[in-house]
Design a protein around this ligand. Structure first.
Ligand code: GTP
Length: 374
């Protein structure tokens, strides 16, 4: 059973791509391992249909370090149990994971049923230069990939896309590159249609084991994490049973500090007519809300994970505490206008019913309006 590692920097679109795979998998049964950096498992909650028994979720740190090889092995063993009839396992790494470490863990796995099925690196076209500038290790990750997905191509123009593709081709010679928006790639690129060979590319099993041996590591246990992106990042988690004020939340988001690179989660506003679960995603200066139904029996909670570098977690929590709203039912529809500006509507859809003409237009495609990328 091949185990494909899906990696890429914070917010590049890994969960989106995974959901695309799950909804376009045809007859293939995919086992999923989701690794959230924060202890609130937002990614796991965002995976299409919550694939039941065929998903395990590892929160609270990066798989490459916080979870040791034997723990991962135990989960893989569970998924590779014939009872699940799984054809392929996809591990969605946290956005701060070190892919080589994960490949090492897989290489060191004693489970005869699984084999490393390749590394897919997802790249955010809109954040490409900035991510590389802040994280030079990105180039190393890309060079280890078996497939590079240049995602969010809808957020850059043709010339910019061609420039990034040329840079990627130079960084990853010989490694297939596919461009996508919203992770819509052909699932056949990852499983079934092409046999995966363990020795293709720069990172063969043998290379990895030899590298680990040279470093005096066994390839399975926790290692020296110096230089891993996640050592520079901290995660702050916020949970509220009380609704949040849309106005105060948008004000908080508009003023979010530059170091706060990634926010994800679900928000309960409880404003009449807007009782849905609002998924929120911030990646750099990009911000999006997406209303959707609550799961059956799911408590109306706000759960947010805020990941950044040099952020003051206590101060962020104080600000979010101040967004709590004891009486959301008294709010009028205009309270939601600030949020609705960041809700992407399907192309061709009419204006949101309760967005007034004089209000800034709602985002009509994912390429956020200037006002959405503050
Ligand atoms: N415009 C645009 N937005 C995208 C695309 N792919 C993903 N997004 C949005 O980008 C945000 C982050 O996407 P995710 O799939 O959660 O990213 P991720 O890599 O799983 O994030 P982390 O787990 O935090 O590292 C969400 O709001 C997505 O809807 C795309 O191709 N174009």
């Amino acid at each position: 059973m091949p185990v494909v590692v899906l990696a890429g920097f914070l917010g590049s679109g890994k969960t989106t791509l995974l959901n695309h795979l799950l909804t376009h998998r045809g007859g293939t049964r995919i086992g999923v391992v989701v690794n959230d950096f924060g202890s609130i498992e937002i990614d796991a909650m965002s995976v299409a249909g919550q694939v039941g028994d065929s998903m395990v979720s590892l929160g609270g740190g990066c798989l490459c370090c916080a979870v040791d090889g034997s723990e991962l092995d135990a989960y893989l063993e569970r998924l590779s149990d014939p009872v699940h009839r799984i054809d392929v396992i996809v591990i969605e790494a946290s956005g701060l994971a070190e892919p080589q470490e994960m490949i090492r863990m897989l290489a060191a796995s004693e489970n005869p049923a699984i084999r490393y099925g390749g590394l897919v690196e997802v790249v955010d076209a809109a954040e490409f230069d900035e991510t590389r500038a802040r994280h030079p290790e990105t180039d190393r990750h890309l060079a280890a990939a078996d497939l590079v997905v240049l995602n969010k191509t809808d957020r850059v123009d043709c010339a910019e896309r061609a420039r990034i593709e040329a840079e990627l081709a130079a960084l990853c010679p010989g490694i297939p590159l596919v461009a996508a928006d919203h992770g819509r790639i052909d699932p056949g690129l990852l499983f079934d249609r092409r046999p995966w060979t363990e020795t293709r590319g720069q990172l063969s099993f043998e290379d990895l084991i030899a590298e680990a041996r040279d470093d005096g590591r066994d390839g399975g246990g926790p290692t020296d994490h110096t230089g891993h992106a996640h050592t520079q990042y901290e995660s702050t988690e916020f949970v509220s049973e009380q609704a949040l004020s849309p106005r105060r939340l948008i004000d908080f988001l508009d003023r979010r500090p530059a170091g706060l690179y990634r926010i994800k989660g679900f928000v309960y506003f409880g404003v009449p007519g807007h009782e849905e679960r609002y998924a929120v995603h911030a990646v750099g200066r990009f911000l999006r809300f997406a209303p959707g139904p609550w799961g059956r029996g799911e408590p109306r909670l706000t759960r947010l994970v805020l990941i950044g570098s040099g952020t003051d977690g206590a101060a962020l929590l104080r600000e979010l505490d101040a967004c709590r709203e004891p009486a959301p039912q008294n709010a009028g529809p205009e309270a939601m206008w600030g949020i609705l500006r960041y809700v992407a509507r399907p192309a061709g859809a009419g204006p949101e019913a309760d967005v007034p003409a004089e209000d800034p237009p709602a985002a009509d495609h994912e390429d956020a309006p200037a006002s959405a990328e503050v």
